[in-house]
Design a protein around this ligand. Structure first.
Ligand code: DOR
Ligand code: ZN
Length: 356
């Protein structure tokens, strides 16, 4: 009997599911199908898909669409805007998983650069839900200084450099309420892969050096990193191959197999791998896991990643051709088998808002 692993309620708190004005890139049905194929119970969607989640009306538009389409459970982030939209917080707070602030420029152009505006968002955001930040290098240091003053639970997304790891390690040693995530593409690819992969290796934060990647692996092992998050950000191949290629790569279906491959190769303990995709995100986002919500994995099953086999609408992967070990066999949510062997078994709309 091949070795089977059962993982309780996996959560990816950093995805871009598209839908609405960007439904040509994927929608809440196709991309949550990718989530359950990747083994996930729940995914938390970022606010940069137009109409941007900057006010209650835009949040309602998104809530309506995702409610009808999602096959896994979910949460939505509200967006901290340069337009000083903190007056919206009282009317959106109960419906969202947290707040997202873009402190470096990326897809959607929702950049908040002004330190006074960043601080005012922190002052207004209630402390019971996560304040998530895109904050690279010196911007990461700037956000940690704000947390030193405001002490609100803060998650630093997609850490990609040795310097960011140092900043976060020190913030944690100082007792600040800071957690962080890293993405598989920063763990498995470096700037040297851009020559072969071209725009398929373009994402924000961009791929970094081998020394940076080594620092990420050390931080995974020593517990500085809390979560491995996919930053699943599908764009069509045609868009990627256009004259103006957008940043972002799909990742929901490759994150767990890659991590289990690292376990197989002795680069990571199985306990750490499970903590990074399950225990830690559930703890940090204060989730109660419903009964019979888990993923079954065939630990020894080896296969080649092929974009054409993926559920994601865009059907490509920056990890094309890579051999991984560890295949998702079944995903169960609230007592229903939602995914088995390449097939999604529940209807659109089965997924629930974990923050309703
Ligand atoms: O590569 C990225 N793509 N990074 C982001 O921060 C946004 C994302 C997207 O939405 O395409
Ligand atoms: Zn992202």
């Amino acid at each position: 009997m091949a070795a089977r692993l059962k993982i309780t309620g996996m959560v990816d708190p950093h995805v871009h599911l598209r839908g609405m004005d960007w439904a040509h890139k994927g929608d809440f049905y196709t991309e949550t199908c990718a989530a359950v194929a990747g083994g996930y119970w729940a995914v938390f969607d970022m606010p940069n898909t137009p109409p941007h989640t900057l006010n209650r009306a835009a949040l309602d538009t998104k809530l309506e669409a995702i409610n009808q389409q999602a096959v896994c459970d979910w949460g939505l982030y509200f967006c901290a805007g340069a337009n000083r939209n903190w007056d919206e917080y009282p009317v959106i707070f109960d419906a969202v998983c947290g707040l997202k602030m873009f402190n470096n420029d990326t897809t959607g152009h929702l950049l908040v650069e002004d330190d006074a505006i960043r601080r005012t968002h922190y002052a207004h955001w209630p402390p019971d839900k996560i304040f998530a930040n895109h904050a690279e290098d010196e911007t990461c240091a700037a956000i940690v200084e704000i947390v030193r003053q405001h002490r609100k639970p803060t998650h630093i997304l997609h850490v990609s450099t040795a310097r960011e790891v140092d900043i976060i390690r020190r913030a944690k040693a100082d007792g600040l309420p800071v957690t962080c995530g890293v993405c598989p593409h920063h763990l498995w690819l470096t700037e040297r892969d851009v020559a072969a992969l071209g725009v398929l290796a373009w994402m924000k934060p961009v791929l970094k050096t081998q020394a940076d990647q080594d620092a990420l692996w050390a931080a995974l092992a020593d517990g500085t990193v809390d979560i491995v998050e996919s930053d699943h950000a599908p764009h069509t191949l045609a868009e990627k191959q256009s004259d103006n290629p957008p940043y972002g790569v799909p990742g929901l279906e490759t994150t767990l197999p890659l991590l289990l491959t690292a376990v197989h190769d002795g680069r990571l303990s199985l306990e750490r791998a499970v903590a990074l995709v399950s225990d830690n995100p559930r703890r940090i986002y204060k989730l109660k896991t419903p009964s019979d919500t888990y993923t079954l994995v065939a630990l020894d099953a080896a296969y080649n990643i092929k974009g054409a086999d993926l559920q994601t609408h865009v059907k490509w992967s920056p990890f094309e051709g890579m051999t991984v070990r560890g295949r998702v066999i079944e995903t169960w949510i609230r007592g229903r088998k939602v995914y088995e062997d390449g097939r999604v078994l529940v209807e659109a709309g089965y997924g629930e808002n974990l923050y309703a």
